[in-house]
Design a protein around this ligand. Structure first.
Ligand SMILES: [Zn+2]
Length: 587
């Protein structure tokens, strides 16, 4: 991460992790280290520890750990470059201007800049079409009919694109090269290479990225044209999975309210925002992509999913639930009741029943498990088969609940609500409650596995004994002394780092390890320690040699007991004698 000599490295050298963490966590000095209540999980007694000497942190509860950058990245939900900037700011270190980029990067950057500018101009053009043309007048009447008045049109930048098929093209053509027009997604090219407007006879909705720049458009057909909704394609400035509609305007409210309402389309987001709930975003598509979830997670970890009640919407709700749960979101589901005989999306519901009614339902939105149980109860539960189907529908969600106690509570509730008497079904549920699938990331149950004191000391030395860790790494490597140990992978990673000659960065080695090894490394680094000496290292090596000899002896003994041919047997017996001599001498 922080390459030696880089700006990030310099900042890390100068920054004090205790001061940076101290801005978020009340820290108390305990011995050499500081401790406090972990900001990443709920706890009553402090298991979150910061070492000023090593400049790292570790939580013995949830296992989060790393350097000052890892902390800021997790805390502020930002990527590495932003974490460096934040730490520099907090530490009063001046930030250098970005380096000149390569010619290709410069060119791409420039192209993106031009495309953003083109979208800005297209937006002005669409707004003018709605305001000042005959066709626009019909579009305004349609919008009014949908309850969108002048204010709303202005607030959300709603526009119109005429039916001609080349109106925007003619407007943009004089200013931009043909290939740029085609790259923008606003203009399409037919097989003969002729350019034409992608959007025709449609209401336009500007889609902005999270910093408020218009990067795409959504367009709704005015008449019965198909498709009803047409969006910009993927372009150099727009990727559907990276953008949430209305995010740029929702940020403050998301932080303030600490929850988001997630809807499907821009009409829904507009309706909810107009009802006074600004913390609403739309996925603009039926499923929620991981980058969209990450983006949202930078502002809040609590979501109320309010998708359309139709079958596609229901499936989308369930898919999104899975993804959100995997990212540790707290999820509620708002399933709106029908309006008359019509299934209600948020837009329709608010228009027909009013915003107060909607807000009331938002407040009452049940946790996702209740929603799922209600769904399962609507399945045919009169037969054993039906019950199995209902349980199989619920199991994957139960398995995704991160907290074990909660998981078990839900399993009991599901069994009660679905009236499951059958022991098999109950067993399936409690199994699901006990174990989480391997694809789910944190598994605190695995931690605390034994590593022998000798291994722990050697690991500590490889990480910190500047004077002799290279020599130590060589000795362990040459005799393959760490092979077959529980801690083998930790050794392997530290030995590679030690032999490289560069300073060992514990957090970088940790990043290469699997979860349980990573945690063990951090725990070893935070152990109380006496001085690290070569004498101790030598005696630890001896202990490992002894264990290696014992393992070999056991192998030889097994081979002997298998009664091999005489020629082989002689060698085995000799080997056994030698190993026994070695072990006796060591004693
Ligand atoms: Zn924690």
């Amino acid at each position: 991460m922080a390459e030696a000599g880089s700006f990030a490295d310099k900042v890390k050298q100068q920054a004090d992790i205790v001061r940076v963490v101290g801005e978020y966590v009340r820290l108390k000095k305990t011995g050499k280290d500081f401790s406090g209540l972990c900001p990443f999980h709920q706890e009553k007694t402090p298991s979150f520890t910061v070492s000023p000497i090593k400049q790292i942190f570790y939580c013995f509860g949830c296992g989060k750990g790393g350097d000052v950058y890892n902390f800021v990245m997790d805390m502020e939900k930002v990527e590495f470059p932003d974490a460096v900037r934040l730490v520099a700011e907090k530490s009063g270190i001046a930030i250098p201007r970005p380096k000149e980029r390569s010619p290709e990067e410069r060119k791409e950057n420039q192209q993106r800049g031009v495309l953003v500018e083109m979208h800005r101009e297209a937006q002005i053009f669409f707004v003018k079409q709605l305001e000042g043309t005959l066709e626009g007048k019909a579009a305004r009447a349609y919008l009014e009919d949908r309850g969108l008045d002048k204010d709303a049109i202005a607030r959300f930048g709603i526009g119109y694109t005429p039916s001609g098929g080349d109106a925007l093209l003619r407007f943009l053509r004089s200013k931009y090269k043909e290939n740029l027009l085609a790259d923008s997604g606003l203009i399409s090219r037919d097989q003969s290479g002729r350019l034409f407007d992608r959007f025709r006879r449609r209401i336009t909705f500007p889609i902005a990225n999270d910093s408020g720049k218009i990067v795409a458009f959504g367009a709704r057909a005015l008449g019965d044209d198909q498709p009803k909704y047409l969006n910009s394609p993927e372009t150099p400035i727009y990727s559907k999975s990276n953008v949430l509609y209305h995010m740029d305007r929702a940020k403050d409210a998301l932080r303030r309210e600490d929850f988001a309402i997630l809807v499907e389309g821009y009409m829904d987001a507009i309706a909810v925002a107009r009802a006074g709930i600004s913390n609403v975003v739309a996925s603009c598509g039926t499923s929620l992509a991981e980058p969209q979830i990450k983006l949202l997670g930078r502002f809040t970890k609590r979501v109320i999913v309010n998708y359309d009640p139709d079958t596609a919407g229901q499936a989308a709700t369930e898919r999104s639930l899975s993804s959100l749960l995997e990212q540790d979101f707290e999820v509620r589901v708002l399933a709106l009741p029908p309006v008359g005989d019509k299934k209600a999306d948020p837009d329709l519901f608010i228009r027909e029943r009013g915003k107060d009614e909607y807000i009331k339902l938002v407040k009452e939105a049940p946790p996702y498990v209740d929603y799922l149980i209600a769904r399962a109860r609507r399945m045919d539960l009169s037969t054993g088969e039906g019950k199995v189907r209902a349980v199989n529908f619920l199991l994957p969600y139960v398995q995704k609940i991160p907290n074990r106690i909660l998981r078990s509570e839900w399993a009991t509730r599901i069994a009660q609500q679905l009236r499951l008497e059958e022991p098999v079904l109950r067993a399936a549920l409690s199994r699901a409650a006990a174990e989480r699938r391997s694809e789910v990331k944190t598994q605190p149950e695995l931690v605390g596995r034994a590593a022998k004191p000798v291994e722990r000391r050697l690991i500590r030395m490889l990480a910190e004994a500047q004077d002799f860790r290279q020599e130590l790494a060589k000795r362990l490597q040459d005799a393959r002394l760490y092979h077959g140990l529980e801690t083998e992978k930790i050794f392997a990673a530290l030995i590679v780092a030690s032999l490289s000659g560069a300073p060992v960065e514990a957090t970088e080695v940790a990043a290469l390890l699997e979860e349980r090894d990573r945690r063990m490394l951090f725990e070893i680094l935070f152990e109380e320690s006496s001085e690290l000496t070569w004498e101790e290292a030598a005696s630890c090596i001896e202990a490992l040699q002894h264990r290696q000899a014992e393992r070999e002896l056991a192998d030889v003994q097994r081979s002997i007991e298998a009664n091999p041919p005489v020629t082989e047997m002689r060698g085995l017996l000799e080997k056994k004698q030698e190993l026994m001599r070695r072990l006796a001498a060591a004693r």
